[in-house]
Design a protein around this ligand. Structure first.
Ligand code: UDP
Ligand code: MG
Length: 305
């Protein structure tokens, strides 16, 4: 059996099409499947539409969260109830071509040493601002996770039940699932594809949500920010020491009182560096705080099977 996990947040415009197409794509190669749609606190008619589909087809299961928790938590909720031998994670906006489910599934089946097959984007149709942001993020993330093919990879993937269980062992509150999926190891491979525009509606991950997801990924998978801060701090101290020598020597040589502008320059530079670094420390403290609070990642209000 295959479980397809799809997060849904205010997608009333495309639920019809999403379910129809997903159903067709999966029915082509198996009849044993469940489609788990996680309603992440939608404020539109998404839930009503989902329930209508559930009434007609019992393989469509609905998980209703108690409010909007964000799509990483919604995926996690879906994974936590999936019972299939194989699991598919897929966004609900039809940006990921559905034929790929079968392709990834076959690749996984053909090679029984494989545990995970993920989809890697060759091209994508995004607005320029989002596109640039994503490009920068993925280049950085690839360096951090130290896996050559880790850029341009999202949630879209097929993996085994064991992988799902491993992912669920990661209980961190600031989650980035593609990162966790790399971090667990197992044997992984990918398929290249062209990413479509979303079928209807606006992106629910706006620039600020994407930015905070990027920060989650970078802060939870590397010590880069804080290491960078240390390196820059040491560099600053070295420079200051040279500066001090310079001041000392020019005092002795009697050529001291000049350099008002350079003074201001360093004042600005080091003050702003300090604030930046306090911000970086703050990010770590925020993350520690989140872990210590240990709030649930999501709360399931209703399960409609
Ligand atoms: N989504 C969600 N909760 C949110 C934001 C998004 O469940 O708070 C869902 C959304 O309905 C979609 C998927 O996550 O099915 C990806 O969202 P979107 O297309 O906006 O993300 P992007 O393509 O920008 O990564
Ligand atoms: Mg999308």
């Amino acid at each position: 059996m295959i479980s397809i996990v799809i997060p849904i947040y205010n997608e009333e415009l495309l639920i019809e099409e999403l379910i129809k197409r997903t159903f067709n794509a999966v029915s082509k190669f198996t009849s044993e499947f469940e489609i788990i749609l996680v309603d992440d606190g939608s404020q539109d008619n998404s839930l009503v539409k989902l329930i209508q589909h559930n009434r007609l087809e019992k393989r469509i299961k609905i998980v209703q969260l108690s409010r909007n928790y964000g799509h990483q938590a919604a995926y996690t909720a879906g994974l936590s109830i999936a019972v299939g031998e194989h699991i598919v994670m897929m966004d609900g906006d039809l940006q990921d071509p559905l034929e790929l489910i079968e392709e990834m599934y076959n690749k996984l089946k053909e090679n029984n040493t494989l545990d995970i097959v993920y989809a890697k984007r060759k091209t994508k149709k995004e607005r320029i601002s989002r596109g640039i942001m994503m490009l920068i993020f993925h280049k950085i993330f690839k360096k951090i996770i130290k896996i050559e093919s880790a850029d341009d990879v999202g949630n879209f993937s097929v993996f085994t039940k064991e992988v799902k269980d491993a992912i669920l062992l990661y209980s961190e509150k600031t989650r980035y699932l593609p990162g966790i999926r790399f971090h667990i190891g197992f044997s992984q491979d990918f398929i290249l594809f062209d990413r479509d525009e979303r079928f209807a509606g606006k992106a629910k991950m706006n620039v600020s949500k994407l930015f905070s997801l990027a920060l989650d990924a970078i802060f939870s998978f590397s010590n880069f920010p804080i290491r960078f801060m240390l390196v820059l701090g040491v560099f600053g101290v070295t420079i200051s020491f040279l500066g001090f020598l310079y001041v000392f020597v020019s005092k002795i040589l009697g050529i001291a009182p000049f350099g008002w502008s350079s003074n201001l320059f360093f004042l600005f530079l080091f003050n702003s560096l300090q604030i930046t670094f306090l911000g970086i420390l703050g990010e770590y403290i925020y993350r520690i705080y989140k872990e210590v609070q240990n709030r649930p990642l999501f709360i399931i209000k209703n399960m409609i099977r």
